[in-house]
Design a protein around this ligand. Structure first.
Ligand SMILES: [Zn+2]
Length: 126
């Protein structure tokens, strides 16, 4: 597979999981699940991966705060790392945080700009 195409596909896939996880995050906030472990969907590029990793809202928000950071189930960071789309920045018991690099990082940033809940000042920081 062409390296560039595969990196772009990986970036788009992971942004889709991010949308699902944002909905999980909103529901968990409504239920005031602060401090509890909430199941989020693995944000790795494996097709059809729907494995869950438990994170607190604070932990998830720390990853979400940076549009180039993504969380995956332990072991699922391999594909992105091997294709050169990301590198590991944090390893936890239930999840790994990866940072998108190169074109994958650029796409992640573009997609973040589309999010309706971002106000203008936040958008300028991206
Ligand atoms: Zn996965």
């Amino acid at each position: 597979m062409d390296g560039e195409a595969s990196r772009i596909r990986i970036a788009h896939n992971q942004s889709t999981f991010r949308d699902a996880n944002e909905r999980i995050e909103l529901s968990a906030e409504k239920m005031k699940l602060y401090g509890s472990l909430v199941p989020f969907i693995c944000e790795c590029p494996r097709e059809g991966c729907s494995e869950l990793m438990r994170m607190t809202l604070d932990e998830y928000e720390a990853v979400r705060a940076d549009s180039t950071l993504f969380a995956t189930v332990v072991g699922h960071q391999d594909l992105s790392v091997e294709s050169g789309a990301a590198r590991v920045v944090e390893e936890h018991e239930e999840y790994v945080v990866v940072r998108k690099i190169g074109v994958a990082g650029e796409i992640a940033k573009d997609r973040a700009g589309d999010l309706p809940e971002l106000d203008e000042s936040e958008r300028q920081e991206l």
